[in-house]
Design a protein. Structure first.
Length: 339
């Protein structure tokens, strides 16, 4: 008898859960992400990071729409979106100390009505950004930005890179099921919110001090020097697959943005030692050629930025110091373009 009652209660509970999920969950709504977006929505994690002599303790947040932001802005009011990989996401820095965070601070100080939303996701190449326009942004109702700022080059320069970061789903059926439930279940969403509010534990603790290794015999190769070191015509032949792949991807990406009746703004990239990497030099030049040919706006960061010791904590990721320098360059160019 007791077993029957228990079974009956469990059945009733299960039915109530199903009803609750159907009413309040996202299973059949237009913004249902399905198996897409994976672990890039509804994130709130406590990080303790030490970079050189700076200690940071902060909450790494991505809102319900997938943006790195502590706010859930009304989608119709988002006019500027920044797309990049980990160099744009800057997971190891507090939001306000990232390139995007500093850009917003700079514009706010000038009382400009410009606020940029960070859509960067670790590891993504131009292929991954193209997927954003197929599987992410169409799910966002009334999302029609004026500008998409594309900070790209470093990840694409790795021709043999695993493409798992670009994919919007996992190749494991059970992980896909997990992602499907996580993306659409209101109970999971509520549980996570309660956990973040009452059970704050350190998710990530990271200590980096690469000064001796990263800046041993440091030499920053600026753009003028890079042009004497690298032969662009030769590099196009040497890395023909990379060159053709990149041209095709940025062309498709640009078309997707123009189809949304938005504007494109590309930003070239640099590493801690500037433009020593011939593949990055090639892709930056390819991006410039494409932009000139198609009348697309571009900020040639690689031609302006001059690196010093302490701007990066590894070969590609900037410290607070480096992010601030990049933000100033982008802001000066961006406000002129907009004006």
């Amino acid at each position: 008898m007791i077993k029957k009652i228990a079974s009956y209660n469990l059945l009733v509970l299960f039915i109530l859960v199903i009803i609750f999920e159907l009413i309040f969950g996202h299973w059949f709504k237009s913004e249902n992400f399905g198996i897409h977006m994976r672990k890039h929505r509804n994130i709130n994690e406590l990080y303790k990071i030490k970079i050189y002599d700076n200690d940071y303790q902060f909450e790494y947040k991505r809102n319900s729409n997938g943006f790195r932001s502590s706010k859930s802005d009304e989608l119709s009011k988002i006019k500027y979106v920044f797309l990049g990989g980990s160099t744009g996401n800057e997971r190891f820095l507090p939001e306000d100390l990232t390139i995007v965070g500093k850009l917003n601070t700079l514009f706010k100080k000038e009382e400009a009505t410009i606020r940029i939303m960070n859509a960067s996701v670790d590891g993504k190449t131009s292929r991954g950004h193209l997927n954003d326009f197929k599987f992410w942004f169409p799910k966002l109702k009334n999302f029609n930005p004026d500008y998409f700022i594309i900070y790209v080059g470093i990840n694409d320069a790795v021709i043999n890179q695993e493409e798992k970061y670009d994919l919007t789903f996992d190749d494991n059926i059970f992980k896909n099921l997990r992602d499907y439930i996580t993306n659409n279940s209101v109970i999971v969403e509520i549980t996570n919110k309660l956990k973040w509010k009452y059970l704050k534990t350190t998710t990530l603790k990271y200590d980096v001090d690469n000064t001796k290794d990263l800046y041993a015999n440091f030499l920053f190769i600026n753009y003028t020097e890079a042009k004497t070191i690298h032969n662009l015509k030769f590099l196009k032949l040497k890395h023909a697959k990379l060159y053709s792949r990149y041209k095709k991807r940025i062309s498709e990406l640009t078309q997707e943005i123009l189809n949304k009746k938005s504007k494109v703004l590309f930003v070239t990239q640099i590493k801690h030692n500037g433009l020593k990497d011939e593949k990055l030099f090639l892709l930056n030049e390819t991006l410039k050629e494409f932009s000139a040919k198609n009348s697309i706006d571009i900020i040639k960061l690689d031609e302006i930025y001059i690196g010093i010791e302490g701007d990066f904590y590894d070969k590609v990721h900037t410290t607070e110091q480096g992010s601030h320098k990049i933000a100033i360059i982008i802001q000066n160019k961006l406000k002129n373009l907009i004006n």
